[in-house]
Design a binder for this molecule. Structure first.
Ligand SMILES: Nc1nc2c(ncn2[C@@H]2O[C@H](COP(=O)(O)OP(=O)(O)OP(=O)(O)O)[C@@H](O)[C@H]2O)c(=O)[nH]1
Ligand SMILES: [Mg+2]
Length: 432
């Protein structure tokens, strides 16, 4: 089975705590602060890798955890940064937040990275909190907790060519003839339920071909099985449009069948109207197929579409088809040079809406403060440490949180929740 979806749990490393420490020297009873910073936690990163072909590895191992940063120490020693976990994924992988469906990244070029879970920042050591009036800060920042989330990965096949057509026209029979792929072949519609990928050798070249489930009228609106697979076709350079020259069980006129499939492709994505195609008339070995083939040949010639009449069963006509498709793929690749140079692009996952300060009144005399940095300040504060809490309160007041609370109607004694902590509101802290 060709695997093109995976879901993983990514947990970054938390940041190490800053250190609260004072210099100790002979003859110096109490030296200045010398607590170092905590190290940052490692990230979980997806890396677009031209060597990776499938997402199958992520079906077996699904939990990934990056290293935490270590704590700062005395003598100004900073903690070590946690190691990132780097997961290679194939080009063409779309990465989403599993919960919200938000697209974090579309990894198409080698070297692109998506940070799917960001490591926590390290807390600052007490040397940073020294001021002329606070010579001996008896507090340091805690490390920032790490991010964690479920992430889905979806690989749109990057096959060179896709076999497209109604069910039972012989798409799987064709890929079986052209490549080492061995899909199920049977005389009923929707035999193929998941895409098959095959590698075809053609002259000195090779190309990849995808056999996808059959399309039917209305596929672009979700009818049948084809809909989910139309997206695979979007990224192939060439469409091998297969038509059953016998008309199949439904005795569908081949020309009408071709037009119906083309209409579904365009309804799915308008750009598919101009995607290079070859028409493949299949089942040439059957009675009446030769006449039908002549009609299709005329139709194709009028539209300047290359046409090949073949039999996937006897192999008749297959060699010229394979050579022609190989050549077309070769030319298309040359015309669309994919920059193989690795790119240094990093996608991060920010919630811009979370960054701003937002005050919410949750009940009479109860307020809640939202905003990523404010919540982080609280989380990184050692709440049992009076000096640390006083520092936090001044910091929040100076950042305008106090004024915003007053404007929202908060009065002394009201409850204010920021992140995991609830405080009693007290105005005027900024002036201290
Ligand atoms: N006589 C003849 N029969 C063929 C030829 N190609 C395919 N068939 C038959 O047509 C039927 C359908 O073939 P498949 O290859 O499964 O067709 P498909 O297009 O993959 O069908 P779905 O997966 O259902 O969309 C099978 O019974 C095949 O044996 C051919 O060239 N000649
Ligand atoms: Mg099939």
């Amino acid at each position: 089975m060709f695997v093109d979806e995976a879901k993983i749990f990514a947990k970054a490393g938390s940041g190490g705590a800053g250190c609260k420490s004072f210099r100790r020297e002979k003859h110096v009873p109490k030296g200045g602060p010398d607590g170092g910073d905590g190290g940052a936690g490692g990230n979980v990163v997806l890396l677009a890798d031209a060597q990776a072909a499938t997402l199958i590895d992520y079906h077996y191992k699904r939990h990934f955890k990056a290293e935490r940063g270590t704590h700062g120490q005395g003598s100004r020693m900073n903690g070590a940064t946690g190691e990132d976990v780097v997961l290679p994924v194939p080009l063409g992988t779309i990465v989403r937040d599993a919960e919200t469906g938000h697209v974090i990244a579309d990894l198409t070029h080698p070297g692109q990275r998506a940070i799917v879970a960001r490591g926590g920042r390290g807390g600052r050591g007490n040397i940073h909190f020294c001021t002329p009036t606070r010579r001996a800060p008896a507090f340091a920042e805690l490390g920032e907790p790490s991010e964690e989330r479920w992430v889905t990965m979806e690989l749109k096949l990057l096959a060179d060519a896709a076999l497209v057509g109604f069910p039972s026209v012989g798409k799987s029979s064709l890929i079986a003839h052209m490549s080492a792929a061995r899909p199920k072949i049977a005389d009923y519609p929707f035999t193929t339920l998941v895409p098959n990928l095959g590698v075809v050798r053609s002259g000195g070249n090779s190309f990849t071909v995808a056999d996808v489930p059959g399309l039917i009228e209305g596929a672009s609106e979700g009818a049948g099985l084809g809909h989910a697979f139309l997206r695979h076709i979007e990224r192939t350079a060439l469409i091998m449009h297969v038509v059953d020259l016998t008309g199949g069980h439904d005795q569908r006129d081949p020309i009408e069948a071709i037009a119906a499939i083309d209409a579904e492709l365009v309804a799915h994505a308008a750009e598919l109207a101009t995607r290079p195609q070859v028409l493949v008339g299949n089942k040439l070995d059957m009675e009446g197929a030769a006449e039908a083939s002549a009609a299709v040949a005329a139709y194709a010639a009028e539209r300047e579409i290359p046409y090949f009449a073949v039999s996937a069963v006897t192999g008749a006509g297959m060699e010229p088809l394979i050579l022609a498709v190989g050549q077309m793929v070769h030319d298309l690749r040359a015309a669309r040079p994919i920059d193989a140079e690795p790119v240094q692009e990093v996608f991060t996952y920010d919630h811009p809406e979370d960054a701003d300060l937002r005050i919410e009144q949750t009940a009479p005399h109860e307020f809640s403060v939202h905003g990523r940095s404010y919540e982080r300040w609280v989380i990184q504060t050692e709440i049992g440490n009076e000096e640390a809490v006083a520092f936090l309160q001044r910091r929040l007041a100076r950042a305008g949180v106090e004024n915003a609370l007053v404007a929202a109607g908060a009065r002394d004694g009201d409850s204010v929740t920021i992140g995991p902590v609830t405080f009693e509101f007290e105005a005027g802290l900024a002036d201290e």
